[in-house]
Design a protein. Structure first.
Length: 96
């Protein structure tokens, strides 16, 4: 998987944090294991360049250049994001 190879390369010089929900995290961890890639579950501030995983509901990834922290979410890794639903006013006017 090209994405995993790119993450491996980035983790040499940066702190790469993978922030996913539980379902996607399990799938991602299996992919890391299959690719023989090491990782650490994030429990504190990431102290060195490495791959860190974190159960999180962050909507979008970001990069903190000064800290050399790169965060990936479902949006970047799986090209999707949670749908936001609009409340439809017609339901508030329904007669019962």
């Amino acid at each position: 998987m090209e994405t995993l190879q790119w993450i491996r390369k980035e983790a040499i010089t940066q702190r790469v944090i993978i922030a996913l929900n539980e379902h996607n995290m399990e799938e991602f961890i299996r992919a890391l294991i299959n690719a023989d890639m090491s990782y650490t579950v994030l429990t504190d501030y990431p102290s060195k360049p490495w791959i860190y995983i974190d159960y999180s509901d962050i909507q979008s990834g970001f990069y903190l250049e000064d800290e050399r922290i790169l965060v990936f979410t479902e949006k970047e890794l799986y090209q999707y994001r949670k749908k936001k639903y609009r409340y439809d006013n017609k339901f508030s006017k329904a007669n019962l």
